[in-house]
Ligand binder design. Structure first.
Ligand SMILES: Cc1ncc(COP(=O)(O)O)c(C=O)c1O
Length: 294
């Protein structure tokens, strides 16, 4: 059973002025460690690991990876071993220190080594070295990751009354691999549209990844919006000022790499007249606040 995330109205002056109603699904609040979309993305992978009789899980990510952080925390809490393959060379970030404290065994692959993760034979030496571990793709992606995210839809729907709504028009959320968005598309009805604010630049394969998960699903069900502001993990003073202001006005904490960029992209879309007055959107707070400790 996945923990339940509260849904509440997002009070921001620019939403009120535009007469757009937004409710925010606070996945950041479901758990202090396995937060945001991570629990949902991991659920089916961990179940598959259990069915395979694995003793633990091996996965990949960067030195600030929210995915590895949640996985390592899950390993510690539910008593399975975890191995992390990291991008680049050893550095001590707050995330990396936590990974170590949670008992995750780390291997630094360098940059070229990490780029090779899509090669057909990438996993061979790791499977030989850790035959007892189940490999989970980067970011907890793939169909298993998306299937867990489908539950996000039912969680929000069961709480629409809290936003004073009986219905809504669509969803707005940050995309890294697009797995979470794909899960929402799988679970949502044809009439509701999904907007994915891409936290990574064009060319990072988000659209391809989503299509691979969704197969023959009509790509018109969702729309991808450029929101990386010049690069993944790149921030700028305008973004940071916007986040600080929205945090103060709404009382909701955001982080700059995913949720803050997604919120700014939403304001820009509203300013560009993309939504009719009276539109109702669910904004998914996908978590990631642990990454604020830099
Ligand atoms: C906080 C946060 N939000 C959103 C995402 C994007 O999720 P997805 O890769 O499923 O598109 C990530 C990436 O894993 C994340 O860490």
């Amino acid at each position: 059973m996945l923990p339940s995330a509260p849904l509440h109205r997002l009070d921001l002056p620019w939403l009120e002025q535009a007469d757009i109603d937004v409710a925010i699904l606070r996945l950041d609040l479901i758990d202090p460690l396995i937060s945001g979309n991570k629990w949902f993305k991991l659920k089916h992978h961990l179940r598959a690991a259990e069915h395979a009789g694995a003793e633990g899980v091996i996965s990949l990510g960067g030195a600030h990876s929210n995915h590895l952080h949640a996985l390592a925390a899950a390993g510690r809490r539910f008593h399975f071993s975890t191995v992390g393959l990291l991008r680049g060379h050893p550095i001590e970030t707050a995330t990396v220190k936590d990974l170590q404290a949670f008992g995750m065994e780390l291997h630094w692959l360098g940059y070229a080594g990490y780029r090779a993760r899509h090669d057909a034979d990438f996993w061979t030496p790791w499977r030989e070295r850790y035959p007892q571990l189940y490999p989970v793709p980067e970011g907890g992606g793939g169909l298993d990751g998306a299937l867990g995210c489908a539950e996000i839809v039912s969680q929000a729907r069961s709480q629409l009354g809290k936003a004073g709504w009986d219905d809504y028009h669509g969803w707005w959320l940050a995309c890294g691999t697009g797995t979470t968005l794909a899960g929402l598309v799988l679970a949502e009805s044809q009439t509701r549209r999904l907007y994915g604010a891409m936290a990574v630049p064009e060319g990072h394969g988000v659209a391809e990844n989503i299509q691979q998960i969704l197969g023959s699903v009509n790509p018109e069900r969702y729309e991808l919006i450029a929101a990386s502001r010049g690069g993944f993990a790149r921030t700028d003073p305008a973004l940071m000022a916007f986040i600080a202001e929205c945090e103060e006005q709404s009382g909701v904490p955001f982080e700059p790499l995913y949720t803050g960029k997604a919120l700014l992209a939403l304001r820009q879309a509203i300013e560009a007249g993309r939504f009719a007055k009276g539109s109702r959107l669910i904004f998914v707070h996908t978590g990631g606040l642990q990454g604020n400790r830099r």
